[in-house]
Design a protein around this ligand. Sequence first.
Ligand code: ADP
Ligand code: MG
Length: 164
Amino acid sequence: MKSYIWTCANELETSRLAEELGELLQAGDVLALEGDLGAGKTTFTKGIAKALGVTRTVNSPTFTIMKQYQGKFPLYHFDVYRLENEDEDFGFDEYFEGEGVTVIEWAHLIGSQLPAQRLSISITYLDIEERRFTLTPTGERYEQICVTLSKNVQGAITHDDISN
Ligand code: ADP
Ligand code: MG
């Protein structure tokens, strides 16, 4: 499995990466975000939203599981941290196959319900303002998004994990 890795020195660079990714997204795309509390999942989602033309303020949906925003198409912003168990069915498929882009914070918590084809984004805290973003695509479409993104946003390094 191949990964595309960016190191963002500050929040502005994170926003830029997210916005450039957002520009490449279409209805039906699913982004699975991982990272500890404060890593930058919601910050990254704000950048996606901006690129989709969402004008409302995006904030963490922790207490509602999902918030929907309207841009050039809908953004379904999930935070599944508080779901009781990973099999709890929130009707995810209708969103994943729906008219909008889906972003899921803490995606591994609904691991069994995630679509096979998705863009996994793991955020690692490196320093107060520095974060590492590891994008791992499954499926041709997300692979192509990563290739294009690595041309549009400088600094990408790629990593091949031969164990997968
Ligand atoms: P999460 O949703 O993963 O819990 P948030 O996006 O809510 O994280 O919070 C990330 C925090 O880290 C914000 O306060 C943000 O300002 C700060 N931050 C500092 N540097 C960065 C960076 N490079 N990228 C993203 N967030 C950053
Ligand atoms: Mg969050």
